[in-house]
Design a protein. Structure first.
Length: 282
């Protein structure tokens, strides 16, 4: 039985101080939207790793971990619905993060990039699938590949709704900090999940978008295209150093701004130093 990874739920972030030439131009949660003609961002950029940045990092980690795990579980569940029970039999249809940790991509590689002051790129262990079990091979492959992306978009929508609902709850002195912190966490949920969806749509093997693009190409080209996967991480690291990735992610930035503007128009965005909308001007 040939097992294939369903795709890669890769995540990345770039921690750099303001003014650092490596820093990006994307400000999460810019309200209102970007100025006409403004330069597109180059990477997702949480705040610098000072004391406040470290606290933000701790707030982001559980949201990011859940989002990446949900991405992988969605691949496995979609495969199950298409007739492949491989992920189920291997115990990968679970939200237990330990089942999805890859020693290299989840731990060692991100740590190496962090200490090298580079863009932090990492991912969960891809869910194994057996496309031969799909009832319809092409249709099943496309559905399974896009399932993680659809899940991230759905999570972003759910987080937006929760931002609004939390903002409608009157603040009380005893719960104000908790409400603001929960709303800030949901804000990062919007930011990260839209970024994950856009990033994984990149048509670079082994990312999910490549599983759709290969069916558009002639068979001979598709085979060579899939072989690029051996150099996929190198290509991604190169893109992280260029403005090209920022242009690709620009729609996610606009949608994030739109979600925050919607929440602000329909409820209250509580000011909090760790909230993505509290990073204006940083």
């Amino acid at each position: 039985m040939a097992l294939h990874p369903s795709g890669c739920g890769l995540a990345f972030a770039h921690f750099a101080a303001p003014g650092d030439p490596r820093s990006s131009h994307r400000t999460p949660g810019r309200i209102p939207g970007p100025r006409p003609g403004a330069r597109a961002p180059s990477t997702l950029t949480p705040p610098p790793l000072d004391s406040q940045g470290f606290q933000t990092f701790l707030l982001i980690v559980p949201v990011l971990l859940f989002s990446v795990v949900a991405h992988e579980v969605a691949h496995g569940y979609a495969a199950l619905k298409q007739g492949d029970d491989t992920a189920l039999m291997l115990g990968r249809l679970t939200f237990n993060p330990l089942k999805h940790i890859d020693p290299f991509m989840t731990i060692l590689f991100p740590l190496f990039m962090f200490f090298a002051h580079g863009p932090i790129l990492g991912g969960a262990k891809p869910v194994p699938v057996n496309p031969r079990k799909y009832r319809k091979f092409k249709r099943g492959d496309i559905i399974v590949s896009l399932a993680g992306i659809v899940t991230n978009i759905a999570l972003a929508i759910i987080c937006t709704i929760l931002i609004v609902l939390i903002g409608l709850i009157p603040l009380a002195p005893s719960t104000a900090e908790t409400q603001a912190l929960l709303q800030a966490m949901m804000g990062w949920g919007v930011f990260l999940n839209l970024g994950l969806a856009a990033f994984n749509l990149l048509p670079i093997p082994p990312l999910d978008g490549s599983h759709v693009v290969k069916y558009i190409l002639p068979p001979g080209w598709a085979l060579g295209y899939q072989r690029i996967g051996f150099f996929g991480i190198i290509i991604l690291l190169f893109l992280l150093r260029t403005p090209l990735l920022g242009w690709w992610l620009y729609p996610a930035d606009l949608l994030t701004n739109g979600a925050f503007n919607l929440a602000q128009a329909t409820s209250t965005l509580f000011p909090h130093v760790l909230a993505p909308w509290g990073m204006l001007g940083q």
